[in-house]
Write a protein that binds this ligand. Structure first.
Ligand SMILES: Nc1ncnc2c1ncn2[C@@H]1O[C@H](COP(=O)(O)OP(=O)(O)OP(=O)(O)O)[C@@H](O)[C@H]1O
Ligand SMILES: [Mg+2]
Length: 500
């Protein structure tokens, strides 16, 4: 294994709507920009303004000049639809924003979709190695990083951004691929539904700014009602100024009906299952003995879940659905022991609120509280704190020497690879643990874990991962990739089993 470079790992999460980029160790991305490119509609535009013309604009610059540009979204519903524009986005991140001078000094943590095709993964790796000359890379599915962001290794991860909603069960760091659900139902569909509802009221937005206006109305005013047939919130009409100086008036019912598409996709003519149906479908693909583990660790991640009232509504819907499935087994003991409660990126600043690791409640920390008022769990926040005390003493099976650093992937004395000798985590569906106890009531099962910032939770997870002591050993160099491309698709759960 070659010596790792000195530079901090770069984190890159290219979403359908927003690119998040920065360095490992930082709690938040240093750059978030819209994942768009723009090419001039007319060659002569702006020459008079004395502005230097570009062939292509990326991100915020493209957004600013959208009136005179043909905009393109190179990632649609999580799929790269224009490689040419994708390359522009990479250039923009590496050289304009992060100002990387020598890519050979930096490993890259590349956030990938949980269902990334093997050939696409390999192609992206080639672009990073051969075009950009990066030293080493690791490609990690986003739900694992969402898990890391709240310090869990077992969870039901529900991610929703602009284009896709994913339901991904993870048990002891292993993604249960057969149970994954992918819904083409996310932020863009709420925007679309909002547009349809406004059109029905006779309001048609046709300027180049219309998608921005819809997004702003949604983010600032829309909310999920607990019961959309009987909304108890009495909200006045919302007034919104349009670019032509006029004022648009939005009827109150539109504000809670627009997000409703997540629970009723037929509103936009889609025959996709709704979110609770997809969650139940996911659970039904997993042995019931694990339901308790998953339902007591539901992680919400992605900007779309910032919509007001979402967690409460999902909780209500899920409670009513799971009550139809009989008694639910309690979580396995081993799981709670393996949880890491206080992971934070190295340079994390003081937090003013945090999610209780036990019951999921958001606790105000501004008055120096260190206990959850709901369940009494400790909220002591430390910098990266990797709890490895639950792991048995680590001995190299080859040379039999005791290894102090229990996070090591290789024996420091003889170089023997340790990964395969660590305790096996869930490896197949037939390895089902015995059920010991059941929850008495289905209404007390669900516990949600909300990262500090839903939209950047994946970045934060990558940041934590990139700060772990022996994580650099997991990066893949160009030479290793050339020798064996399969290495890119290896089971990443070894990281979890080694570090936790
Ligand atoms: N306060 C808010 N209320 C409602 N929605 C919000 C809010 N803030 C952001 N969003 C929505 O979150 C979405 C962006 O989330 P995110 O950045 O996670 O998506 P992405 O990673 O670009 O997309 P994907 O993961 O689907 O490829 C947008 O639809 C945006 O309108
Ligand atoms: Mg995303």
């Amino acid at each position: 294994m070659s010596k790792p470079p000195q530079g901090a790992p770069i984190i890159l999460d290219i979403g359908s709507g927003y690119v998040k980029a920065g360095f490992a160790g930082e709690p938040n991305p240093s750059h978030i920009f819209p994942c768009i490119t723009g090419k001039r509609k007319y060659k002569s535009v702006m020459v008079d303004a004395g502005t230097q013309m570009h062939d292509i604009y990326v991100g915020d610059a493209a957004m600013k000049l959208r009136g005179v540009l043909n905009l393109n979204h190179p990632i649609q519903r999580g799929i790269i639809t224009s490689w040419e524009d994708y390359y522009e986005i990479l250039n923009h991140v590496f050289y304009t924003l992060l100002r990387i001078e020598n890519p050979q000094n930096h490993p890259i943590i590349y956030v990938e979709s949980v269902s990334e095709q093997k050939d696409i993964r390999e192609y992206i790796a080639r672009v990073l190695f051969e075009t950009h000359q990066f030293h080493s890379i690791i490609m990690i599915p986003s739900p694992l990083l969402s898990c890391f962001s709240v310090g869990l290794t077992t969870a039901l991860v529900i991610e929703s951004g602009v284009g896709i909603t994913w339901i991904v069960p993870i048990i002891n760091g292993q993604i249960i691929y057969r149970a994954i659900q992918r819904l083409e139902l996310a932020g863009i569909d709420i925007n679309h539904n909002l547009e349809l509802l406004l059109m029905r009221e006779g309001i048609s937005l046709s300027s180049s700014a219309s998608s921005e206006i819809l997004r702003q109305i949604k983010e600032e005013n829309c909310y999920f009602a607990l019961d959309p047939d009987n909304p108890n919130k009495t909200i006045e009409k919302v007034k919104y100024p349009l670019p032509d100086g006029s004022m648009m008036e939005i009827a109150p019912h539109i504000l809670y009906q627009a997000p409703e598409v997540i629970f009723d996709p037929s509103m936009i003519g889609s025959n996709s299952p709704n979110l609770p149906e997809a969650i139940i479908k996911c659970l039904n693909s997993i042995d019931k003995s694990y339901w308790g583990d998953l339902l007591t660790h539901i992680i919400l991640s992605g900007g779309n879940f910032l919509q007001n009232g979402f967690k409460e509504r999902l909780e209500l819907e899920l409670n009513s659905q799971i009550s139809q499935y009989g008694p639910i087994p309690k979580p396995h003991k081993i799981e709670t022991e393996r949880q890491v409660k206080t992971l934070q990126p190295v340079k994390s600043t003081k937090k003013f609120h945090d999610t209780c690791p036990k019951c999921g409640r958001i606790v105000d920390l501004s008055d120096g509280k260190i206990e959850c008022p709901e369940c009494g769990a400790s909220l002591q926040i430390t910098q990266i704190d990797i709890e490895i005390k639950n792991l048995a003493p680590l001995k190299c099976p080859l040379c039999n020497k005791e290894i102090d650093d229990k996070t090591s992937l290789f024996c420091p004395y003889c170089g023997h690879k340790l990964a395969k000798d660590r305790p096996e985590v869930l490896s197949s569906s037939d390895k089902v643990p015995e059920i010991l106890e059941y929850f008495e009531s289905s209404s007390k099962i669900l516990h949600f874990f909300l990262p500090d910032n839903l939209q950047t939770a994946i970045f934060k997870g990558a940041s934590i991962l990139g700060s772990l002591p022996s994580f650099d050993q997991i990066f893949i160099t160009h030479a290793q990739y050339q020798q064996n491309r399969e290495i890119l698709s290896r089971d990443i759960s070894e990281i979890f089993s080694l570090h936790f």
